[in-house]
Design a binder for this molecule. Structure first.
Ligand SMILES: C[S@@+](CC[C@H](N)C(=O)[O-])C[C@H]1O[C@@H](n2cnc3c(N)ncnc32)[C@H](O)[C@@H]1O
Length: 356
């Protein structure tokens, strides 16, 4: 073999395959490709691996491929912030801000922060941005049924806990029931107070959390109800227990404690993801065993347990159905589970307990 031919063989072959070269150039593209953005997560600590994977894929789409160490670090930061946010409020948000390194760097910079939002903050926003009525026009048929079943209105003092803007409080007061209300959100309480004053009703509005001390009269009410409150905002068996204890103090013997809550249907065992996510989606999930634990040792007996959706649909005036655009899907558990209607493993139940 000639010297010339030998040198030719030793020289590395040039890559000329267009497909291979195109991929090779695309691998260099991140040196000039920039991206920045914000990724907002609900506070569901049990989904930390899922969210980390979503972020990893997002960053990879910009040519920022995370190795195992990068991924583990991201996962740790995301998990910590999800836990911090969840501990404070299910309406908090974990906000991931990301920004590619300036050219020709190819790193991805990110920052994970918690933005807190309380129940009161959420409703203040509703009052600023939404058009009332926020929870429907008509009172709950179940609440009216229970109130009227207890006797002539003047003899049936009622307490609406988590009254909102008074969807139930105002019709009860107009019908002659001595009515008081508890409301946590200052924004909603002031709408309710304005209406009470306008109509010159004698409703007392206690502003604050029903989980705390509000100076309510003891042994006074014959009906105490919480409509869409446990279902939307109550976070644990301990919190329900506090509400049950408060109801036991405020109710007269034989009085009724009425509320609606999302309960797991028989055969469904909620896992941590469903429990945590249910709170972020205002469909707070409990089991019958949770309720039994909350009522353990308290002076109540269960009188009835039925579907809120079915009861209200049957008893509301036709022009009052559905109460809001969101009510039917929410009450059927479809805000939490994207399954065909009727197939969600949870249901919003009306529960009626008698004070012993
Ligand atoms: C979905 S709204 C329902 C309002 C009203 N009960 C109705 O059905 O039209 C839930 C209400 O519960 C109130 N709330 C939530 N947590 C509360 C608490 N710990 N104490 C008192 N009210 C509370 C909220 O501020 C809100 O007004």
């Amino acid at each position: 073999m000639s010297k010339k031919a030998n040198a030719k063989e030793k020289r590395p072959a040039r890559e000329t395959n267009q497909t291979v070269l195109r991929q090779a150039m695309l691998r260099r593209l991140p040196r000039r490709l920039g991206a920045s953005g914000v990724f907002v997560l609900p506070p569901v600590p049990s989904l930390f691996e899922h969210f980390t994977e979503q972020l990893r894929e997002l960053f990879a789409a910009f040519g920022r491929v995370f190795d195992e160490a990068d991924t583990l670090h991201l996962q740790g930061v995301v998990k910590t912030q999800l836990e911090r946010a969840y501990a404070v409020s299910p309406y908090s948000r974990v906000v991931v801000r990301y920004q590619t390194e300036a050219p020709p760097g190819t790193a991805m910079h990110y920052d994970v922060q918690v933005e807190l939002s309380s129940v009161a903050d959420e409703y203040a926003q509703w009052v600023k941005t939404r058009t009332p009525p926020y929870f429907g026009v008509n009172p709950d048929a179940k609440v009216l049924e229970c109130a009227h079943a207890l006797g002539p209105p003047a003899q049936v003092p009622v307490l609406d806990v988590g009254a909102g803007t008074g969807r139930n409080t105002l019709p009860l007061a107009r019908a002659g029931f001595p009515t008081d209300a508890v409301e946590l959100s200052p924004a909603l309480a002031s709408v309710l107070r304005a209406e009470v004053e306008k109509e010159q009703l004698s409703v007392r509005v206690f502003e604050g959390s029903a989980l705390g001390e509000l100076g309510l009269p003891s042994g006074h009410y014959r009906l105490l109800f919480m409509a869409e409150v446990i279902a939307s905002h109550i976070r644990s068996v301990e919190e329900i227990r506090l509400l049950v204890a408060g109801a036991a103090r405020a109710l007269a013997p034989d009085g009724l404690f009425v509320f609606n809550a999302f309960l797991a249907k028989d055969g469904y065992r909620p896992d941590p993801v469903s429990r945590e996510l249910s709170q972020a989606l205002w469909s707070n999930l409990f089991t019958k065993a949770d309720l039994a634990a909350a009522f353990q040792g308290q002076p109540f007996e269960l009188v009835s347990d039925e579907s809120t959706h079915d009861f209200e649909q049957e008893h509301q005036p036709p022009q009052g159905w559905p109460p809001t655009g969101w009510f039917v899907d929410w009450a059927r558990g479809l805000d939490l589970f994207d399954v065909p209607s009727g197939r969600a493993p949870i249901d919003l139940r009306w529960l009626v307990y008698r004070r012993l």
